[in-house]
Design a binder for this molecule. Structure first.
Ligand code: FAD
Length: 532
């Protein structure tokens, strides 16, 4: 294992300590570092290992929130959609949705949905991807044969965007470091140091080496997502209930749709869910139920699988919509701001930023889509403590780490490195402009250009790059978040030996550590499929 210098941070005084390496913490780290603060971010597990890799992977306004009257939230999210497509064009891409209008409506009636799509266009204004349209029945069936032809009247067509959530989080972390922040995964806050009742530092534990250190910080940001209240309790201050944990699961199936995404309604309760294209697979989700269990150990249940499969089968006709075809699942918990609503589904996705009695700056709630705005508002609050630093937020203007892609990049890379179009397309869609750095690795060692296995396009060089440039510390980091291999057909088990070999031979990783990591990873893979 590569030696990390966690101990060297002991007794360092930071301007801001950010706890939590999900999208909100990563967003604040980037913004605050770009504005000149001395920032340390710590994440107890891997970056994005909490909610930020378990989302539906949509950068969207959320048509359904219009029905709840959340106009401001939708407006903000639609505008952020454009900003994120601009700063991370390799990771956030337009996605065309169809809403099938069947003879028998399953949820919201067609007239309301058409009104919603019109309002969506109006709210997007000049930031719109394209206006919505009414897709004739035959055209909808031509594109998507799994729609129920016998019942289909026509379909609504509109655009939103799709992203790679784990890699978006990582790119914010890497961009934060580029701006001067220090960001460490596998470092947890165990307790806080206080002075006159106010937090002024924290005791940290390196979960990989076991080392414990203390750091000082003028301000501490609680970006611990679903763990937010637990973190608050570490200060010893009284807290009132502010979070509602709402569980959401997704199923990964072989493709049941072609290129379009579907917005559908579950027959049983009228809830919205999606069927989304994701490489060779379809993502079906999500659920939305109150969760009282262990947030460090969330798995998909049989009931949730049945609910989603039934809902999908009631809208689509495809042989893969059955339990035996499920390739994988993932489950996460939304950290929603508490409201005494009956269903978590109806609870607002708006966020709250407040300073608690111990001086902890807490970020609760929100959507992935609006993370940059949340980070800006939190950083604005932080900056009040540093009146000598006056820099304005620039995160909407500066490209994310790999975001500098031009239309010619694919051709340039293919020519410069004699790489196939398939390889350059694969690398640019994951790493953006940094694809060049991976191709450089292959130039130095041609063996690194080899595919890891026949089930996906990932290559050996990505293993090296993840470990040396992307803070991947474990096999699970690589398979679950640097790539999505864990949720593909081979689940990483076909190429795990090859990956271990690369880490051992090229990067001199310790064999025993790798064996332990392999065991842990296999337990995770099993848990993804542990529903009845
Ligand atoms: P997290 O990502 O959970 O990050 C918090 C981090 O804090 C964790 O990684 C945790 O390990 C760390 N931590 C906790 N305690 C400590 C400690 N003591 N020391 C160090 N680290 C600690 N939003 C959208 O915009 N689009 C979508 O399509 C979408 N779909 C969703 C679908 C589902 C099923 C769910 C659950 C959410 C979805 N969301 C979506 C919402 C979005 O994913 C969340 O709002 C967002 O990921 C929350 O990020 P976060 O940083 O607040 O929390």
């Amino acid at each position: 294992m590569k030696k990390r210098e966690v101990k060297s941070l002991a007794d360092t005084a930071f301007d801001a300590l950010i706890v939590g390496g999900g999208i909100n913490g990563a967003g604040v780290a980037r913004d605050a570092a770009m504005r000149g603060l001395k920032v340390l971010l710590v994440e107890k597990n891997d970056f994005a290992s909490g909610t930020s890799s378990k989302s539906s992977k949509l950068v969207h306004g959320g048509i359904r929130y219009l029905e709840q009257g959340k106009i401001k939230l939708v407006y903000e999210a639609l505008h952020e959609r454009k900003t994120l497509m601009d700063i991370a064009p390799h990771l956030v891409k337009p996605l065309h949705f169809l809403i099938p209008f069947y003879n028998r409506a399953r949820g919201t009636p067609a007239w309301k949905l058409r009104l919603g799509m019109t309002l969506y266009d109006v709210l997007s204004g000049r930031k719109n991807i394209a206006s919505h349209e009414l897709v004739p029945r035959d055209e909808a069936l031509f594109y998507e044969a799994s729609l129920l032809g016998g019942e289909l009247k026509n379909a609504g067509g509109y655009y939103d965007a799709q992203m790679n959530d784990a890699r978006m989080t990582l790119e914010n972390i890497l961009s934060a470091e580029e701006a001067g922040a220090a960001c460490l995964n596998y470092v947890s806050v165990k307790s806080f140091v206080t002075e006159n009742g106010k937090v002024c530092g924290a005791k940290l534990k390196d979960e990989l080496s076991g080392d414990e250190i203390e750091v000082k910080a003028k301000k501490v940001v609680n970006a611990a997502g679903p763990w937010g209240e637990m973190l608050q309790r570490l200060t010893g201050a009284q807290t009132k209930k502010r979070l509602r944990h709402s569980k959401g699961v997704h199923l990964i199936l072989p493709r049941v749709n072609n290129e379009k995404a579907f917005l559908l309604f579950a027959q049983s309760d009228g809830r919205v869910f999606f069927v989304l294209p994701w490489g060779d697979y379809s993502i079906v989700g999500t659920t939305d139920t109150d969760y009282k269990g262990d947030i460090d150990n969330i798995t998909t249940t049989n009931e949730e699988v049945e609910y989603l499969l039934n809902a999908a089968r009631d809208n689509l006709n495809h042989p893969y919509l059955s339990k035996e075809h499920i390739v994988s699942t993932y489950a996460g918990v939304r950290p929603l701001v508490y409201e005494p609503k009956q269903r978590s589904y109806d609870t607002s996705r708006e966020h709250e930023i407040f300073e608690d009695d111990a001086g902890l700056l807490c970020i609760f709630g929100g959507k992935f889509t609006t993370y940059r705005v949340i980070a800006k508002q939190a950083t604005d609050k932080l900056m009040k403590y540093f009146p000598d630093k006056r820099a304005e937020c620039a995160t909407a203007q500066k490209l994310l780490y790999g975001g500098n892609i031009t239309p010619n990049l694919y051709r340039e890379l293919s020519r410069e490195f004699s790489a196939t179009e398939v390889l350059t397309t694969h690398l640019v869609s994951h790493y953006g402009a940094r694809a060049r750095e991976i191709l450089e690795l292959i130039k130095q060692d041609a063996a690194l250009g080899e595919k890891l296995c026949v089930n996906h396009n990932h290559i050996a060089a990505e293993v090296v790059y993840a470990a040396t440039h992307e803070k991947s510390c474990t096999l699970s980091d690589f398979f679950s978040r640097r790539t999505f291999i864990r949720h593909s057909k081979c689940r990483g088990l076909d190429c795990i030996e090859k990956v271990k070999d690369i880490l051992q031979k090229i990067l001199s990783y310790d064999a025993d550590t790798l064996a332990q990591q392999e065991e842990k990873y296999k337990i995770e893979v099993k848990a993804d499929l542990s529903f009845g």
